[in-house]
Structure formats: C-alpha cells, structure tokens
Ligand binder design. Structure first.
Ligand code: ADP
Ligand code: MG
Length: 300
C-alpha cells in the first residue's frame, strides 16, 4: 500500500471525511478550502500529542484517536465555537496498518459526534508517534468567548464535576489499555460544545480546564485583571472519584489535576452549570480555608 492508498483507505472514508455547509474542498487537493460567510469568525486551535508524554506507550490506538480529537475540540468549546473541520498530521515509526485501522476506527465516531469532519493532513514517517490536530470552528462575528471579560461581582461556574481525568491518570499509567470505570474518563473526555452554546449569552469569560481548575482560572484572572474566591465545599466531584480516593485526595485532583476538559466561566448570573465562587478584586484564585503547599491545595 503506497501513501496515497493509505490516506484513501484510512482517512478519506465517508464516515470521517464527510462534508458540511462550509467545506468547499476536503482531502485530495493541495489545500482544504472553507467558504465562510462574512458574518462569521473562524477560530483555529492546534494541539500536538506525543507518545509517552501526552498518552502512554502502547495505549490503544482507538482510544488515542478519541482522546486526541476531544481535547482539540475542547478549545473550540471554550470559545463557544461550532466545529467545521480538522486537519491531522501524523508521524509514525512504521506503516502499521493494524494501528492505522484502529486509529481511524476511533476517529470516525468522534468526528461524527461533534460533528467535525477530517478535511486534510499530512502523513510522515519518523522516530516516534506524534499526532497533531488543527481544529477549525465558527461563531457569529465577535461572539467568541474569551479569557478576558470577567468583572468583579461576577460568579464563577464550571460545567460539570472535576477531577476524574486526573484521578484516572495513575490507573491508566499502571495499565494503559484499561478503559473502564474512572479510566474511561481519561480516554473519553467529551468536549463541551453543546454546553458552551447554552451558556454563551451569559458568560463574560470562559476557558476549558486542561491543566487543572486553579491554574486555568488563574489565566482568566490574568487576562481579566481580577481575582477569584472559591468555596471548596462547592467544587463538584463524581461519586466514583470520592469512592476511589476519599474526599481529601479527590478534592486535590479536582482543584489541581488536569485532563477534565470541562468549561470554567464567569457570568453575572447563569442558570446552567455549577456555581463555585466569586470574582473579586485581586490577581489570582484564592480558596477559602486552604493554601498552596507542595503544588497542591491543603487545609490550613
Ligand atoms: P501534498 O504533497 O500536496 O502536501 P499529500 O501527498 O501530503 O499532499 O496529501 C495528499 C492529500 O491527502 C492532501 O489533500 C492531504 O490533505 C491529505 N492527507 C494526507 N495525510 C492525511 C491525513 N493523515 N489525514 C487526512 N488527510 C491527509
Ligand atoms: Mg501539494
């Protein structure tokens, strides 16, 4: 199988490289082409995942694909953008057809779920497995949510419970092919595209939580020139996380662990999501009754 046959077989499949109203040209020419009406903004985000760094060696290719697309599309959710297509650059140590089959089998249902078709890419051979995805999304002009815009007096919200992704990581590192219980949360995060649509008219600022709630909320504080006061008892956590680690450790994962891909946002008032604290004057996030010790938040 030559390179073009390989692209056709694994990537140019109708359930993965499908079309939509904005795509003029997908896989098969020198460029992919969008036709975007002038009343829209185009939002782009690029993510690279390196084997052994962003996912474990020997992880299941199906799961790698699902996760790679979800974490990339999560950045579009953070802007309240609607996905319209993604490109994929893949570097592989060898032309492993079984691997490519499982990878594209994982990618196709994820692409249909959002929906976000594969529109082009690059396939190369290299010393280790590296996957880069560029996602493209649209909003009405000027309506993309940003990290700046939070105002003193706003409330702070998150879209769903936190900590499962980080809590799953030690389990996945021990057993890379594990994809049940908490481990499922690591490989199957769901980008909050739909949720973003429900909160976009309320939110004054927004981002997706990839590196941990506190660290990411500090980005909103910096961009918006505000501080935040969070109430630890309000931080939502799953029963599974609390059962697995106990309340104290679960809270550490929820506050400082990454990999959740939920949204955190501010609004004067929002009836959707979970209220966890307030925007105050200041420069960074404070947690009532806790302080930072050894990289994690501890009770005084
Ligand atoms: P060029 O030589 O012009 O850069 P390529 O030979 O790299 O083109 O790719 C041929 C076509 O296949 C292009 O439309 C490209 O976007 C697409 N393509 C290549 N690799 C991938 C991939 N991994 N996923 C999706 N499309 C791909
Ligand atoms: Mg070319």
């Amino acid at each position: 199988m030559n390179e073009f046959q390989l692209i056709k077989r694994f990537f140019q499949q109708p359930n993965l490289a499908f079309s939509n109203a904005y795509l003029r040209q997908g896989i098969g020419d020198d460029c992919a082409t969008f036709n975007i009406p002038s009343e829209y903004d185009l939002h782009l985000s690029l993510d690279t995942l390196v084997e052994g760094v962003h996912f474990p060696h020997y992880a299941n290719p199906f799961d790698i694909a699902t996760r790679a697309l979800a974490v990339s599309i999560s950045d579009l959710a953070a802007m309240a953008a609607t996905p319209i297509g993604f490109t994929l650059a893949i570097t592989l140590p060898q032309k492993d057809e079984a691997w490519l089959k499982q990878f594209s089998d994982g990618l196709a249902p994820a692409a249909q779920f959002y929906p976000c078709p594969l529109i082009g890419g690059d396939t190369t051979k290299g010393p280790s497995l590296v996957i880069s995805l560029q996602v493209h999304g649209i909003t009405k002009a000027g309506e993309g949510l940003k990290r700046s815009g939070a105002q003193v007096g706003d409330k702070v919200y998150v879209s769903h419970h936190l900590g499962d992704g980080a809590g799953a990581l030690p389990l996945v590192l021990k057993e890379p092919a594990l994809n049940t219980g908490l481990a499922k949360q690591f490989y199957n995060p769901i980008a909050q595209i739909e949720f973003a649509q429900t909160i976009k008219s309320y939110a004054t600022s927004c981002l997706d939580i990839s590196d941990g709630l506190i660290q990411d909320l500090n980005h909103i504080c910096t961009a918006s020139d505000v501080g935040m006061k969070l109430e630890p008892t309000r931080i939502p956590m799953s029963e599974l996380l609390i059962e697995t680690y106990g309340q104290e450790e679960a809270l550490q994962y929820a506050l400082s662990g990454g990999d959740d891909y939920q949204l955190a946002y501010t609004a004067q008032h929002c009836e959707y999501g979970i209220y966890i604290g307030d925007v105050i004057e200041g420069q960074s996030v404070n947690i009532v009754g806790m302080k930072m010790i050894n990289g994690g938040f501890q009770h005084f």
